[in-house]
Design a protein around this ligand. Structure first.
Ligand code: NAD
Ligand code: DAU
Length: 353
């Protein structure tokens, strides 16, 4: 087959990556989609069962920290474009072990660009699209929004590693004319998210009558983005965004953690036929996350006005869909937490006051 493009999607077995892989495999039969993933605790091929036999899909197990793994996949598949999502993504893990974040998020990103830069002659329409986070901008007070022009002020080892990789990506554009695009988005939610992150963790614990651990006073604010809306935004930016540009993506959907967890608890009461208010009793306030950023909120007006993107569903619908998905996919959930996750989780929470 003469593929129109061969897109290497790194981190395609993770939460957002699996949605991006699925969208591209289904929407673009003329593209070959190569999912390149190390399969860390967060990467699960279970996330892609429905498309694993598609003729335009390949999976390659590899590590972006290993230059030979990257060279091999570029040579074998003649990669024309990269959508780079592979990263260590959990802030709490970056606090207890920052070095993995430096390696995968910073060194891995530079490795990938070095191989692409050597292989691509930079005369074709290649794209290296780097997926980043709003956390690089730091923490907001009660008012204001992160814009593409907001200064970087990362405050956790995770966000410092993502900020560093963003700087390298832009430096390659300016120095080598390397064809990059970047997007920075807010907190994603939806199906296939590893249950260490707030929403799936709370659903899992609520259903299983475990504590619902709220860090600090629960008044920190996040701006929640439906993962499929994020995947659509990535599709738009990949195809229509300008080389060298950055786009912010957000849900226009701010929630304090405590109100969000109460909402999840109330929906679970309804869906499981529990008494109103029963699940909320599982809420437990625990020691705050070190350096906990107060508020994130994205100004998404650039991608809306330049590329015509808007969120497709409201939060009520998205959250209900997400809870239904977790209730209907307990087998997936048990599989992904069956490794060493339980002992990690117990260390993380049970040793905290
Ligand atoms: P995730 O943790 O669910 O998945 C990360 C994937 O990367 C996993 O499949 C893992 O196996 C793979 N990976 C990790 N290290 C690797 C390595 N060295 N080599 C190859 N593969 C490796 O992450 P996610 O939540 O899907 O996030 C994807 C990207 O989006 C990340 O770059 C993250 O920083 C960014 N992001 C995430 C969010 C969010 O809310 N989840 C928001 C903004 C930005
Ligand atoms: O903003 C984008 C970022 O969102 C991404 O770049 C990260 O990869 C992603 O993990 C996410 O980071 P957060 O730290 O915001 O997400 P998390 O789900 O870990 O936590 C959301 C909020 O909930 C945060 O204020 C911490 C709080 N929290 C989290 C957990 C896991 C709790 O109160 N209790 C918990 O058990």
């Amino acid at each position: 087959m003469n593929w129109e493009k061969v897109i290497l999607i790194t981190g395609g077995a993770g939460f957002i990556g699996s949605h991006v892989v699925r969208l591209f495999v289904k929407s673009y039969p003329n593209y070959r989609v190569v999912n390149f993933d190390k399969l860390t605790y967060a990467g699960n091929l279970e996330n892609l069962k429905d498309i694993e036999n598609a003729t335009n899909y390949e999976f390659v197990k590899g590590d972006i920290c290993e230059i030979d793994d990257i060279i091999d996949v570029f040579e074998k598949y003649k990669v024309t474009d990269v959508i780079h999502l592979a990263a260590e993504s959990h802030v709490d893990r970056s606090i207890s072990g920052p070095m993995e974040f430096v390696l995968s998020n910073v060194v891995g990103t530079v490795n990938l660009m070095n191989v692409a830069k050597n292989v691509w002659k930079l005369i074709d329409n290649n794209v290296f699209y780097h997926i980043s986070t709003d956390e690089v901008y730091g923490s907001l007070g009660d008012i204001g929004y992160f814009k593409e022009t907001t200064s970087y002020d990362p405050r956790s080892p995770y966000s410092a590693s993502k900020a560093s990789s963003d700087h390298f990506v832009r430096a390659y554009f300016h120095t080598y004319n390397f064809p990059i695009k970047i997007s920075n988005c807010s907190n994603n939610y939806g199906s296939y998210q590893f249950p260490e992150k707030l929403i799936p963790l709370m659903i899992h614990n609520a259903v299983n009558k475990k504590d619902l651990p709220i860090y600090g006073n629960g008044l920190n604010i996040r701006d929640w983005l439906w993962v499929e809306d994020h995947a659509n935004a990535i599709d738009l930016i990949f195809h229509k965004g300008k080389i060298g540009e950055t786009y912010n993506i957000g849900g226009l959907n701010e929630w304090t953690n405590i109100n969000l967890v109460k909402k999840i608890a109330n929906i679970i009461d309804e869906k499981l036929g529990r008494q109103a208010g029963e699940t909320e009793k599982q809420i437990t306030f625990i020691k705050d996350r070190a350096g906990h950023d107060k508020r994130y909120a994205i100004d998404a007006s650039k991608i809306e006005s330049e590329l015509g993107w808007t969120p497709s569903i409201d939060f009520e619908t998205g959250l209900n869909n997400t809870i239904d998905w977790y209730l209907n996919n307990s087998e997936w959930l048990e599989k992904v937490i069956s490794g060493d996750y339980q002992s990690y989780y117990e260390n993380q929470y049970l040793n905290r006051d």
